[in-house]
Design a protein around this ligand. Structure first.
Ligand SMILES: Cc1cc2nc3c(=O)[nH]c(=O)nc-3n(C[C@H](O)[C@H](O)[C@H](O)COP(=O)(O)O)c2cc1C
Length: 331
């Protein structure tokens, strides 16, 4: 990769948030990101995606955007059938999830749970990278399960597959950190130049300044992946490319469209309302002083209450230039 290449700005996979509904509308209202990583799909023993999974994976669901599906499994045979099926659907890249910290996932040795078993992980990677799959494989990982010093051994393993690995995106936290506390950036720094494959950086990027800082600090970097801050500031990537910040009317129309599309997808405005609360958990951090007002949204039991609470926010609070890190929790 030439030194002058700018890293791609990519949307982190987020279950329940970066869905087909969100991706389409985000691209339409704020311009498409370089790539959208899809929330994970767990391949089943039966080598066929379920109807529910196909709602996210069908090529028509992702027309006009660069969508990268993600698989969560520790079974190489399941990864292989699913990767082939994704290639048949027209995808050029599949991402392996080695980061999910949820107890139900790690208890089965999947996601960041897999990082506890380096030998099994090496065997798994050996199988999938030697399967001559007709699709590129990228990996998203944490730096370990419970200790920073696990990362050295993981780096050795990943480097052994560097030739075949499209990219390795690193979230510099341990599984035991979940999403809390400060990033362990010193670990990322220590190994950045030792890693032989294209590298992605993920974690706690909030502003355009953060994007520039990471761009300048790490070269060459293949991508900067952003999750929660993009839920707070959907125009973040547009701003990073020199475009305008989001306006109130833009956010208002975007949210109306999200609500309508979820209501249609769920055939229920009530269920759509629940989903919208999850977006507002992040979105209110782009408004000045809306921390208390957003509680009315969380409390809303009816669509009318929800709409009244949303209106209160749009009418009484200004937008900030940059979102603030309102979702940060100490360890
Ligand atoms: C609600 C939620 C759902 C997530 N779902 C996934 C997922 O399906 N796959 C994955 O690799 N990471 C998932 N993540 C992790 C994000 O992709 C990302 O690594 C994390 O939010 C840190 O990046 P950020 O600081 O830019 O948000 C999820 C995170 C959250 C908060």
């Amino acid at each position: 990769m030439p030194l002058s290449t700018l890293p791609e700005l990519t949307v982190a996979p987020m279950e329940g948030l970066t869905t087909v509904v969100y991706r389409r509308l985000h691209a339409q209202f704020f311009g498409a990101a370089d790539r959208y990583y899809l929330p994970f799909v767990t391949p089943t023993r039966e080598p066929k995606f379920t109807d529910r999974q196909m709602r996210e994976l069908a090529p028509q669901a992702n027309e006009g955007i660069c969508a990268i599906p993600q698989l969560l499994t520790r079974n190489a045979d399941d990864f292989i059938w699913a990767a082939k099926a994704l290639a048949d659907l027209g995808y050029k890249e599949v991402n392996l999830n080695l980061g999910c910290p949820a107890g139900t996932v790690t208890a089965k040795g999947k996601g960041s749970g897999f990082l506890q078993y380096p030998d099994a992980l090496r065997e798994f990677l050996d199988r999938i990278f030697s399967a001559n799959l007709p699709i590129a494989i990228s990996v998203k990982t944490r730096i370990g399960y419970s200790h920073e010093d696990e990362f050295g051994a993981l780096v050795d393993i990943y480097n052994d597959f560097a030739n075949g690995m499209d990219s390795l995106t690193i979230h510099p936290r341990l599984r035991t950190d979940f999403y809390k506390g400060d990033l362990r950036v010193h670990v990322f720094n220590r190994f950045f130049t030792e890693l032989k494959m294209p590298i992605g950086y993920n974690g706690d990027i909030i502003t355009v300044d953060d994007i520039s800082r990471v761009r300048h600090r790490y070269k060459p970097l293949k991508m900067i992946m952003v999750g929660r801050a993009l839920m707070a500031d959907p125009a973040l990537f547009r701003k990073a490319a020199g475009g305008n910040p989001a306006t109130l009317p833009e956010i208002a129309s975007f949210y109306e469209a999200l609500f309508d599309s979820y209501a249609q997808a769920f055939q229920s405005r009530k269920n759509a309302l629940m989903r919208m609360k999850e977006y507002w958990f992040f979105q209110h951090n782009l408004f000045v002083g809306a921390e208390r007002a957003v509680k009315q949204i969380y409390k809303a039991k009816t669509v009318e209450d929800y709409q009244a609470a949303v209106e209160t926010i749009f009418e009484n609070f200004d937008l900030r230039n940059d979102a603030v890190y309102g979702w940060k929790k100490p360890l």
